[in-house]
Design a protein around this ligand. Structure first.
Ligand SMILES: CC(C)(COP(=O)(O)OP(=O)(O)OC[C@H]1O[C@@H](n2cnc3c(N)ncnc32)[C@H](O)[C@@H]1OP(=O)(O)O)[C@@H](O)C(=O)NCCC(=O)NCCS
Length: 154
């Protein structure tokens, strides 16, 4: 993901996260910490053949722990395996950054994303009460140990 992708990324962001979309400034600040020698962020976009951005994902890797910052797929591409490809790419980035674990937060009312993470070996480790605002929705915290380990992810 580069700055010139942001108009298209933010369009998708508002469609997919209507209640708590990231602002342009949040994406800028994430991208500012990508693509330099000491970068802690890895941000990817998936482009369809006609050049449309149909997915994106980001990882933070700090002191051996990876964090899935975001992952999103355009609605008309759901169920095609793109979410799995993006998550696989983030786990590869975590492996390259020598992370020994990867964490993420997911809304408790988002079973589709939870199933994707479970397929990749993420396990629930706790809750963050009222993590998502507005709406006061709890986050389920999930963890995958050893992202370098090859597992069957369907
Ligand atoms: C969560 C999200 C990223 C998943 O993306 P996706 O591209 O639909 O994910 P996948 O296609 O890899 O897997 C999803 C389902 O499609 C199925 N699937 C995967 N490839 C398939 C294929 N080739 N044919 C048919 N089904 C397929 C999977 O088995 C899976 O089914 P299940 O989870 O119901 O068992 C997407 O739904 C999304 O962007 N949601 C809104 C944003 C969001 O919630 N992000 C997560 C925030 S924590």
């Amino acid at each position: 993901m580069r700055w010139w992708d942001l108009d298209r990324v933010i369009g998708l962001e508002h469609d997919l996260f209507p209640d708590d979309a990231w602002s342009r400034g949040m994406f800028w600040s994430e991208l500012a910490d990508a693509r330099h020698p000491a970068a802690t962020r890895t941000y990817l976009v998936a482009e369809a053949t006609e050049g449309r951005i149909v997915g994106y994902a980001g990882l933070a890797a700090v002191a051996g722990t990876g964090d899935v910052q975001t992952i999103a797929v355009a609605r008309d591409h759901w169920g095609t395996g793109l979410g799995a490809r993006l998550l696989g790419a983030l786990l590869q980035a975590a492996t390259d950054a020598e992370c020994h674990e990867v964490l993420l937060e997911v809304r408790v009312d988002n079973p589709r994303a939870q199933r994707l993470y479970e397929r990749f070996g993420f396990e629930p480790i706790g809750f963050r009460k009222g993590y998502y605002q507005p709406g006061n929705v709890d986050a389920l915290v999930m963890r995958r140990a050893d992202p370098a380990q090859n597992i069957d992810n369907g």
